[in-house]
Design a protein around this ligand. Structure first.
Ligand code: 0SG
Length: 204
């Protein structure tokens, strides 16, 4: 599945930064189709939330590709302009995108670690949800998520959706390989938000 994508998460630059456009293209090309493999319309709202983050960041980048060439530059410009807490800031869009990516990374890691309950992948989703999204959700969104996770496909269907004709072992290898650079990109963004003290704690 991931090997066949056109865009991939890139190694971190030598200066520790992440190039904006390759990152956004990789998110669009690897993460959004992932929700189609999940195989239920229940995931449309989350897919469109993530697509919205990507669109917002892309539009911001296009305003000045040179100035916003890395994710760090984009956030630093908003810190300087004191606009990080504005509605519609790139810093805010990237916070939510980061959390969504952390959720997906955790979900796949849990699958590889065998956190599933037999065929049910729901424990993989719930465990990652508790770690990565729940702290930022009020009770209403928490309840919506609990409902959404009931639509998580069973293990066999999920693997088959990703396989496109390949054997299970090849799919698991593909997932393992995907998690490496995907995880490194997430780690750098998480670290950036930590070091700049930007990880706002409010709930939606
Ligand atoms: C009366 C009937 C009511 C029915 C209501 C049904 C509505 C369904 C809603 C489904 C909810 C889907 C989950 C979405 C949750 C989002 O609220 C949060 C916060 O979203 C952010 O809010 C946006 O992402 C931001 O977008 S931005 O690009 O413009 O910056 C921004 O709008 C922000 C505003 O916040 S505010 O200023 O209002 O405080 N999003 C998430 O939690 C991310 C969800 C990622 C999901 C990962 C995959 C989950 C898959 C689960 C199953 C395995």
């Amino acid at each position: 599945f991931f090997k066949k994508r056109e865009h991939h998460f890139q190694p971190i630059r030598a200066d520790g930064k992440i190039d904006t456009m390759p990152f956004l293209l990789a998110a669009e090309d690897n993460i959004l189709p992932f929700f189609d493999v999940m195989g239920s319309t229940a995931f449309y709202p989350v897919k469109s939330d993530i697509a919205g983050n990507i669109t917002k960041l892309t539009k911001k980048y296009e305003l000045d590709p040179e100035k916003y060439s890395t994710l760090q530059d984009m956030v630093d410009c908003e810190i300087e302009a004191k606009t990080i807490t504005d509605k519609g800031s790139a810093t805010d869009a990237l916070i939510w995108l980061k959390r969504a990516l952390q959720f997906i990374h955790g979900f796949v890691q849990n699958l590889l670690d065998g956190v599933n309950d037999g065929e049910s992948l729901r424990p993989c989703a719930m465990k990652s949800y508790d770690a990565n999204l729940k702290p930022y959700h009020g009770w209403m969104v928490q309840n919506i998520f609990s409902l959404i996770t009931r639509a998580v496909p069973n293990r066999k269907d999920f693997i088959e959706g990703l396989a496109q004709g390949e054997k299970e072992e090849a799919v698991l290898d593909d997932l393992r390989e995907f998690l490496v650079l995907f995880g490194k990109n997430i780690d750098v963004i998480v670290e950036m938000y930590k070091s700049k003290d930007l990880d706002m704690q409010f709930k939606v």
